[in-house]
Design a protein around this ligand. Sequence first.
Ligand code: ADE
Length: 251
Amino acid sequence: MNFKHVAILGAMPEEIGEITNQIHDKKEIFYGDLKVIQGTWNDVERKNKILISVAWSGWGKVSSARAATRIISSIYLGEKVDFLIFTGVAGAVSNTLRQWDIVIASKLIQYDIDARPFFEKFVIPAISKDHISIDDKLLKWTQSSLENSKKKDLNLRDFGTINIGKIATGDKFISDREYLEEIKLQIPNLLAIEMEGAAVAQVAYQEKVPFVILRTISDSADEEAATSFDIFLKKYKLRSWLLIECLLKNL
Ligand code: ADE
C-alpha cells in the first residue's frame, strides 16, 4: 500500500487510544465543534513517515458521516487524505463471537433505512445499493496485517479471533436480544452491529476514498450490553491504538 495521508476516525476517544502521544508536529483544525488533529507518524522500523489526520465523531450516523466528510477533505502538508480507517467497538450478532474478537467489515448495511415503496428495504437511495462493499485488496491487506502482527506482537495478546463479514449500522444502541433477532432474520450472516460504520462507508464510497472499517467486540447487544460495554471500554482504550498501529506499520 502506498498511502501518504491517512485519516483515522472513531466515535469516541477510547476507540483511538494513545494517538495524540504518537504523532509529531501536531496541529489542530476546528470545523465548528469538530476537532481534527493532524501530524506525522514515524514508522521507526521502515524509516517511513505517514501524514495523519485524526478525529472523534461522536455516536451515530449523522455525526460520523459529518466527521468523515470533514476529515477526508482535510489537507496536510499539501497532501489530500488517500485512506480512511474507521475503528471502534461493536456488539456481537453472531454467537460465535466473544469480547476482544475483531471484525473487519466486508459489507456494511444501514439496517434502519427503509424508503419503501420507492426502494427496497436497506437500499440507500443516493447510491441505489443495499450495502457497501470494501475493496477486496484492502480487505485482504487488513486481514494479513492484523494476523501477522498478532503472531509477532505480545501486546496484541488480548485480542481474539480475526473475522471478516457483514456489519450493520443504525441509530440505536442495542441491548435487547429480541430486537437483535429481528435484524438477524432480515440480514443473514451478520457478524456485528454498531452505530457508525455504514454511514462512514457511504461517505467514503461516494467521495471515492479507499477505506476500511474495523471493530472489536465489546458486548453481545443483549440485556447486559450497557454494562459489558462500559467495563470493556475502560480496558479497550489502553489497547485500541495497537490495532491502528498494526495497519500503519504495514502500509
Ligand atoms: N456498539 C457497541 N455495542 C453496541 C451495541 N450493543 N449496539 C449498538 N452499537 C454498539
